[in-house]
Write a protein that binds this ligand. Structure first.
Ligand SMILES: C[S@@+](CC[C@H](N)C(=O)[O-])C[C@H]1O[C@@H](n2cnc3c(N)ncnc32)[C@H](O)[C@@H]1O
Length: 66
């Protein structure tokens, strides 16, 4: 089944850079732990959060972006 974002996600990095306020929050958070990114899309936030040291589970119903 084709989901709403499938065609949009044919474009690389559709939503651009990670969400700045979210990254600032997690950069400054004292502990690294597990995060759940519901609707993670192409991983624009999930991937840099992994790079910060978090264990991120991303879920998305688009087979193209998720
Ligand atoms: C506005 S996009 C944001 C994507 C990503 N969080 C980002 O910031 O780049 C919303 C995302 O939610 C996903 N989504 C919408 N409804 C969903 C559902 N019921 N289950 C899983 N993912 C869903 C879409 O496929 C899409 O990737």
């Amino acid at each position: 089944m084709t989901m709403a974002y499938d065609n949009y996600y044919l474009t690389k990095d559709l939503f651009g850079e990670p969400y700045p306020e979210l990254m600032d929050f997690f950069k400054n958070f004292p502990d690294r732990g597990k995060l759940l990114d519901l609707g993670c899309g192409q991983g624009r936030n999930a991937i840099p959060l992994v790079q910060l040291g978090y264990e991120v589970t991303g879920i998305d119903n688009s087979k193209v972006g998720g």
